[in-house]
Design a protein around this ligand. Structure first.
Ligand code: ADP
Ligand code: MG
Length: 326
């Protein structure tokens, strides 16, 4: 199983930031309202994610570390309409095959916490009692220690941490209701307090910056069952190289050619060719109309009614952009 897991890890675990993404998504799926991300040495030394979610029952800890074990879907029908961020049951098995991983967890019903870790080539899982409040901590040490070729490809501490910071920003924008703390080498780098539904602009300010927040036009457009809301910058506020291009489909951050095309087209000639559209958009549609099981890292989707989605996004943006122009 070790080899199969390491092969899967090649697809899911590209670098420390991909570990952070998978683990934080697990915390969100577990209903956490507070997530702490502790990083050492750009993630090469340590990646530790602690959450206050549902926790994993003692008898499921071993299973959680094994391949294709997911508690989130149980049938092909579920796969047709995925609501959780995870569903492949690969992340924990993959990550544990290329690191020293400890999984500590306590459910609300349990009196004590338990800790699981893998030992040796045959991935034998050991269980020990531990101290932990309700929730889960995944502690990943020495990523790629046993795959030297991949370890060699890690960039500088600063670069790898930059990628992690970006993953945390994306997630922070997706879930303003969840508190997120990010530390690097024992220093707090980001602290996003949980925002009430009525104060989600605060998260926007904190993550995207005052400049974007001040310039951007708010948009909300619905044509059941499709809805789009978020912010776009008017053409003259778009930058040459924008780092603010965030598109969420049913809460999942995406980069999608079709959607990018619709957004670019909505600006039309008003946006000079050397500028990039700047936007934070949340598209929601019925889960059954979008296939998220396209890529192991889950950052691609396939729309069943692609043309309709494209035109919906185009029309929604055109409306607000035209109104904003003199
Ligand atoms: P997936 O997310 O695709 O189901 P993972 O390998 O990421 O697969 O996780 C395996 C299983 O472990 C999950 O289905 C879930 O039951 C459990 N799990 C992982 N992380 C957490 C967490 N932070 N809180 C609660 N349960 C978790
Ligand atoms: Mg997962």
């Amino acid at each position: 199983p070790q080899l199969a897991n390491q092969i899967a890890a090649g697809e899911v675990v590209e670098r420390p930031a991909s570990v952070v993404k998978e683990l934080v998504e697990n915390s969100l799926d577990a209903g956490a309202t507070e997530i702490r991300v502790d990083i050492e040495k750009g993630g090469a030394r340590r990646i530790r994610i602690r959450d206050n979610g549902s926790g994993i029952p003692k008898e499921e800890l071993t299973l959680a570390l094994s391949r294709h074990a997911t508690s989130k879907i149980s049938s092909l029908d579920d796969l047709e309409a995925i609501l959780s961020l995870g569903f492949r049951g690969e992340a924990l098995a993959s990550i544990s095959s290329v690191s020293r991983l400890r999984l500590t967890s306590r459910t609300a019903e349990q009196e004590e916490a338990w800790q699981a870790f893998c030992e040796g080539r045959d991935m034998q899982v050991m269980l020990e009692p531990a101290a932990h409040p309700q929730g889960t901590t995944v502690d990943v040490e020495d990523l790629f220690f046993n795959t030297p070729a991949r370890r060699k490809f890690l960039r500088t501490e600063k670069t790898e941490f930059g990628h992690i910071d970006e993953v945390v920003r994306r997630i922070a924008l997706a879930r303003p209701d969840v508190a997120v703390i990010l530390t690097h080498n024992q220093q707090v780098v980001r602290h996003y307090p949980a925002e009430a539904a009525s104060h989600q602009d605060k998260r926007l300010h904190q993550v995207a910056g005052r400049r974007f927040a001040d310039d951007a036009i708010f948009l909300e457009h619905e044509e059941a069952p499709l809805s789009l809301r978020g912010w776009v910058a008017p053409p003259d506020a778009c930058r040459h190289q924008s780092d603010i291009q965030y598109m969420y489909v049913n809460g999942r951050m995406m980069r999608d050619k079709l959607l990018n095309h619709a957004i670019r087209q909505a600006y039309g000639d008003a946006l000079p060719a050397d500028r990039q559209p700047t936007f934070i958009l949340y598209l929601n549609l019925p889960a059954k109309d979008v296939d998220v099981n396209v890529h192991p890292a889950k950052h691609e989707v396939r729309f069943h009614f692609a043309r309709q989605i494209h035109d919906f996004v185009l029309a929604a943006l055109k409306r607000v952009l035209l109104a904003s122009m003199p």
